[in-house]
Design a protein around this ligand. Structure first.
Ligand code: SAM
Length: 273
């Protein structure tokens, strides 16, 4: 397991994912208590003065987000979270999905995140310590989330693998199907990189073959998808997408492409199945 999210934290793909997670959480909270399951939690909080300086991905992502003059509301909501962690200004600290979610929880909500890498899991537990209804646990998030979903009502599930293993697409689709099998009212959001169209098409076909419905695909293509060795964009695929998700995704992906993408980039929001 070589993947270290600390190199990628705060990049454009994190911005898309986290702005959408914030919206999904808020939308779900308007309808009652929310239980969040995070299959691949990561460290919870990132200090961008370390690994991220070497990758320069945060420089091209969250640093530009915080310097932007005009931000639409759903992007502004994420910027406000980053600002809250950096009272001196700037963007040295960046929240991962666990901390972003934990900060938004009400007394009746809960968060459970799973992490397989022991040192990262220790960081996760430390990051979540101030929030009693947010917990970080060791374990394989695919298996754990499918199991945990059986005991929850309408959970919101984030699947965010590193995609360093060839079976991450298959396991993501299988986990989404297992969660929806346990509770058809669950909402599952799966983050994927966009490198080439063939791989992504195969993933969407797999979701369709599993019979999953109300599938919304939110793509932020920063440049044309013609180099399979490069992350040319990213997508959030939301199964059981609530109403309003199309507009939310268009706002988030649209801003990201326009503010951070190359001239040939484009945002695509569409329904599969
Ligand atoms: N969701 C996090 C966020 O948005 O802040 C980022 C997660 S990062 C992309 C993926 C994480 O999953 C890494 O920390 C990696 O160690 C962990 N991981 C890899 N395979 C896993 C598995 N099967 N179950 C749980 N965690 C896993």
């Amino acid at each position: 397991m070589n993947y270290r999210h600390s190199f990628h934290a705060g990049n454009f793909a994190d911005l898309v994912k986290h702005a959408l997670v914030l919206w999904l959480l808020k939308e779900r909270q308007e309808r009652g208590p929310v239980s969040v399951l995070d299959t691949h939690a990561g460290a919870g909080l990132y200090d961008l003065s370390g690994d991220a300086v070497r990758s320069r991905e945060a420089e091209a992502g969250v640093a530009r987000l915080m310097a932007a003059e005009a931000r639409p509301p759903l992007i502004e909501a994420l910027a406000a979270e980053v600002a809250a962690l950096n009272p001196q200004g700037g963007a040295r600290f960046y929240p991962g999905s666990p901390m972003l979610t934990a900060r938004a929880l009400r007394a009746e909500d809960s968060y459970r995140g799973f992490e397989l890498n022991p040192p990262v899991e220790t960081l996760l537990r430390e990051a979540l310590a101030p929030w009693p209804n947010a917990t970080g646990r060791a374990g394989d998030g695919y298996e754990e989330a499918a199991r945990a979903a059986r005991g929850l009502k309408a959970p919101l599930v984030l699947i965010d693998p590193p995609f360093e293993r060839p079976d991450d697409y298959v396991r993501s689709a299988e986990t989404a199907a297992a969660v929806l099998g346990a509770d058809p009212t669950a909402c599952v959001a799966i983050w994927t990189p966009l490198k080439d169209l063939e791989t992504f098409d195969g993933f969407i076909r797999r979701l369709e073959q599993a019979g999953l419905s109300r599938v919304l695909v939110a793509e932020a293509r920063l440049r044309p998808l013609n180099n399979p060795m490069k992350m040319n964009g990213c997508a959030m695929t939301i199964v059981n997408a609530p109403s309003g998700a199309d507009a939310a995704a268009a706002e988030i992906c649209g801003w990201t492409v326009q503010a951070l993408g190359d001239p040939g980039g484009r945002a695509e929001v569409w329904r599969a199945g």
